[in-house]
Design a protein around this ligand. Structure first.
Ligand SMILES: Cc1cc2nc3c(=O)[nH]c(=O)nc-3n(C[C@H](O)[C@H](O)[C@H](O)COP(=O)(O)O)c2cc1C
Length: 275
């Protein structure tokens, strides 16, 4: 079915309107998905979720993409807090790609509910399996499983780009299981996420390079006498711990023996220069 609001052809609409993808990422999976879709659509601006408040455009938005990782089966705190700003963008068509590590739960239904509270509709969405960055709970993924996930993701993204271009509605039940409210673990996560950075610490291998402070998407890290200190605005995206070139950032006692994960197709420069 073609979205009624978006029933012109993609090429016709592109002449007067623009596409915007809002993304959030800690370790690059969601940025990879956002960039891939932007390339397929052409003429698409990428903007970090942290910049949505200051975003101004004279051209109306045609396609609005929301691309981010699932956290505890739900929306990251920063995404949840940004939904109320999206109405002002007045998009014709909204799609979402939620990257996950095998258990997305009802995240897209959660997003749909939050959008509807703000009189917006999610026209199309997919949950995209990607390598896990959750080294607080598990070991980092192996090289072969990373390559397997990324190759698979390429195929899914190519297909989904066609769905978006033809402004089709796409909400398969498998990606949109019924939503009966957020879980208690999610509520606990949202309530404590900002302060959770009290569990980060830095070991003796820190070279004081400052990369952690530069790539933190919410400017939560400052260097004091060269070493990182966290200021309780944490989103728990795990960028700092995973991108540290020395592996010297730790979380409680559970990460010292674990590897680290970052998306191999995203460079540190792209993480530095939040688009
Ligand atoms: C705080 C946190 C919670 C997570 N919760 C889930 C989850 O509930 N289900 C899941 O499949 N993956 C979960 N993950 C894994 C990420 O969603 C997944 O690796 C994602 O692709 C990372 O995206 P990014 O590289 O764009 O940050 C979680 C990761 C973090 C950091």
């Amino acid at each position: 079915m073609i979205s009624q609001k978006a029933n012109n052809t993609y090429k016709e609409r592109k002449r007067t309107l623009r596409n915007l993808i809002l993304y959030f990422t800690g370790t690059g999976n969601s940025l990879m998905a956002a960039k891939t879709i932007a390339n397929y659509l052409g003429d698409t601006e990428l903007l970090h979720f942290s910049k949505v408040d200051d975003y101004r455009t004279k051209k109306p938005i045609d396609v609005l993409g929301l691309v981010f990782p699932v956290y505890w089966n739900g929306l990251p705190h920063i995404v949840l807090n940004s939904i109320s700003r999206l109405k002002a963008l007045n998009p014709t068509y909204i799609f979402s790609i939620v990257t996950h590590a095998g258990g997305p739960g009802h995240v897209l239904s959660h997003l749909q509910v939050e959008l509807q509270k703000n009189r917006l509709e999610l026209n199309a969405g997919i949950c995209l399996e990607m390598p896990s960055n959750y080294i607080l709970g598990y070991n980092a993924p192996s090289e072969s499983s990373i390559q397997y996930d990324l190759t698979n993701a390429d195929k899914i993204l190519q297909k989904f780009a066609e769905t978006i271009k033809s402004a089709k509605e796409y909400r398969p039940r498998s990606d949109f299981p019924p939503f009966s409210g957020t879980t208690s673990s999610y509520q606990q996560f949202i309530a404590t996420v900002n302060e959770s950075d009290a569990n980060f610490w830095v070991d003796e291998n820190c070279t004081e390079c400052g990369l952690c402070a530069i790539i933190c998407p919410v400017q939560n890290i400052e260097l004091e006498t060269g070493r990182p200190t966290w200021h309780h605005r944490c989103e728990q995206c795990l960028a700092c711990i995973n991108w540290c070139p020395e592996g010297s950032i730790q979380y409680n006692a559970q990460t010292a023996e674990r590897g680290r994960y970052v998306n191999p197709r995203i460079s540190v420069e792209e993480m530095r220069n939040k688009l």
